[in-house]
Design a binder for this molecule. Structure first.
Ligand SMILES: *Cc1c(COP(=O)(O)O)cnc(C)c1O
Length: 363
């Protein structure tokens, strides 16, 4: 082995920078779509009590099938979207990032292909790479709408085993209509993963893909407690799908992948769903106000069903991003050239964002 091949990394990983938005310590952090409201003292107390109880038996491995948590997730989904599922139709892991990797480990792999449609979540090609799956990206329309004809062509050409589609899409905020999801499921034998990380923020009248599960056995709907549930630090993501799909994921998961502490935390938080989700209502209103304000300032703004807003078109987005950062406001350089994404924070944080943006001026 020569000195320049140290460490003996896979060829395709050489020189690759690890994924991650800058974690900078600035007063107004609007860059990773977190929920700006921390859990209330009552929620914190309940989580702490649940974790203390779990701690008393940490000498034992946790429940591999996370039975209680599954029941909690089923009850929550019934409440949130009106869709009744059974516990063998849900699966959970450490963040929906891990859920997604497991999907690719089970249904992707060498010689297989996953497709998505750009601009979209920048982690998809990374999951595919890590699961040694070929990744192919189609395009969305200029207004970020989904092009079903292009999708049909791409599916015909590549015969993907996995289709990855966020709804609402990150970083554009665009939700997919039911008929598009249904037709996609009919077009392919592969699994169609609708990533609903931001589903709770959708506008009134926008449906969840959960409603289509009973009609399409290849449909997988992923969700997370990181955004609407204000639980990004706990790392809990999950999916709803046919029992056969959940069973397949049990083959690739690491033994006892969900710690007893994680299970206890998530189950406790689910008992406070009503309170945690009350804040979602406020964030949706703040999102709509942000969209209207940015348009009023002459920016082009993508329609958003999520807790973030993509705005443009900027000649020098890097300069605008830096100008905001210099004023203590951190947003995200993502999406197509000429656009920036701002997460929806508290009213005070959004006021700080608007003030800073006025000061820096359109670039
Ligand atoms: C934030 C996000 C996730 C969720 O990540 P977690 O691992 O659950 O924190 C998944 N998909 C998209 C598109 C996201 O933006």
């Amino acid at each position: 082995m020569t000195a320049d091949s140290w460490p003996p990394l896979r060829e395709e990983l050489r020189g690759v920078e690890p994924y991650g938005a800058p974690q900078l310590d600035v007063p107004v952090q609007l860059n990773v779509n977190e929920n700006p409201y921390p859990p209330s003292p009552a929620v914190v107390e309940d989580i702490a009590a649940a974790v203390a109880q779990a701690a008393a038996s940490l000498n034992r491995y946790p429940d591999r099938e996370f039975t209680e948590l599954r029941k909690g997730l089923v009850a929550y989904l019934a409440q949130e979207s009106g869709v009744e599922l059974s516990p063998d139709q849900v699966w959970a892991a450490n963040g929906s990032n891990e859920v997604m990797l497991q999907i690719l480990q089970a249904f992707g792999g060498p010689g297989r292909t996953a497709i998505s449609f750009a601009p979209t979540y920048s982690m998809y090609p990374e999951y595919a790479r890590d699961a040694m799956t070929t990744y192919v990206a189609g395009r969305r329309h200029d207004d970020f709408g989904f092009d079903l004809d292009e999708a049909a062509q791409l599916i015909e050409q590549h015969r993907p085993h996995v289709v990855l589609l966020p709804s609402p899409n990150n970083p554009t905020g665009t939700a997919l209509p039911h008929d598009v999801i249904g037709q996609l499921c009919e077009m392919t034998q592969g699994v169609v993963v609708i990533d609903e990380a931001y589903a709770e923020f959708r506008r009134a009248g926008v449906p969840s893909a959960l409603e289509l599960l009973s009609r399409h056995r290849n449909l997988v709907v992923t969700r997370t407690m990181s955004k609407a549930f204000a639980l990004a630090g706990a790392r809990l993501g999950y999916l709803a799908a046919a029992p056969e799909i959940c069973d397949a994921l049990r083959v690739v998961r690491l033994p006892y992948h969900l710690s007893a502490v994680t299970q206890a935390t998530a189950s406790a938080a689910l008992r406070h769903a009503d309170e945690l989700l009350a804040k979602v209502e406020e964030l949706r209103a703040e999102r709509d106000r942000t969209v209207a304000w940015l348009r009023g300032q002459g920016f082009e703004v993508a329609e958003s069903d999520a807790n973030f807003v993509l705005f443009g078109r900027l000649d020098d987005r890097q300069a605008l991003w830096q100008g905001l950062l210099d004023r203590g406001v951190l947003i995200r350089v993502t999406g197509p050239e000429g656009w920036l994404r701002v997460s929806v924070g508290t009213a005070e944080e959004m006021a700080a964002f608007k003030d800073a943006l006025m000061e820096v001026g359109k670039r």
